[in-house]
Design a protein around this ligand. Sequence first.
Ligand SMILES: [Zn+2]
Length: 468
Amino acid sequence: MKAAWVLLLALGAAAQARAQARYAVDWSRLEAEMLERFTTLLKIDTSNPPGNETRAAKAVQAMLEREGIAVKLFAADPNRANLVARVKGNGRKRPIALLGHTDVVGVQRERWSVDPFAAIRKGNVIYARGANDDKDHLTAGIMILLLLERLHVKLDRDVILLAEAGEEGSTAVGIDYMVREHWPEIDCEFALAEGGGIVESGGKVQDVIVATTEKTPRRLRLVAHGPAGHGSRPIPQNAVVHLAEAVARVGRWQTPIRLNETTRAYFERLAAISPPDAAARYRDILIPARAAEVDGYFREHEPGHYSILRTSVAPTMLQAGFRQNVIPSQAEATLDVRALPDEDMGRFLAEMKKVIGDAAVTVEPPASAEQRPAAPPSRLDSEMFRALEAVGRRMFHAPTIPSMMTGATDNAELRAKGVQAYGVGEVVDAAKGPLGGAHSDDEHITIQAFTTLVQYMWNAVIEVAASR
Ligand SMILES: [Zn+2]
């Protein structure tokens, strides 16, 4: 029995290695082309708002059509088109979708040392808005489709590129629109998008983070009500005072801890590669009797780890009053709530109301209705996750660590449709953390970090999609 199992494993590994060898790519020869495509896309200003992603979609369209790959554009708003391209397989298995969003967050130009839309190269580093988020994934998707076509890779699955608009806060024109109106065009078993990272320390890859789930943004407003009055006559019902107390209470509230399959595996695997002190904490957080103490440490020193243990609440905006001598009748706070994927929001809200304990303060939904859907984490035993683990071992001799993102991506909408969707990412420095330079001033990426991402994704895609 055991021998048969070992033989099966060996055969599986051999088949996978064969796919990579059969379709060998000379990456050094491709570097100039990859950089050319990457910089072309970085130079298109798709700051969202307003986005104007159609310009980027058209550039991608030209790159693919020039080599005979058919492209379709889908637009809820003509300036904000989404692009879908497909390299066909024999249909024996369901497709893989590669996502790269075409929009970027805006910039404060005066805070940049270079033009954010000129793709300035200094040595081995490219500076541009979108360099980490997300035109690197977009370029990877384009390169993978072109390579599949050029190498005539025999595929068991279609490989789809979805270059979607509106990821940065306007999903109504992007992933929500595609899922609702054009699902057959992107229907797939697996998806690879942003969200992970190849974590390097001192020039050596120590682990590969693959996001299998993410927290769900559930913004809330606290609204305090009271009588308006003259500022010269203080009253106990002052809405500003009631709001301030409520904000302080929810801000200090240590919401309950709950682990899931992803976060459990995350801490276990992180413990295995961490120095003794940290490893002890990552093991202790899994032991209920010791968890509270570690949680206290995370709260002070590791906010990312504090966040993935719970549905978190962070007050972010305050609004009250219009004149210094008027007591306003209403005061309002915005809470950035990030829910665990399986959170029961009704119960959570009831708990929050108890914590606030003030009838003058109501908890209300956000002004904007756009919400990411919640869904179970993607599996750790799927063909795609196993392939990512195998590629991580082969390319970097490093373990793969599943993670739950604190932020949100378009993978949320795909998971809600039952897709096994994974977040992968470029090479990041361990000291900077998993987000790398996304959304920062002087956003930049090293050429090696970018080209390694392309190779990593290519290896995973052919491992899962190429016919054996
Ligand atoms: Zn992004």
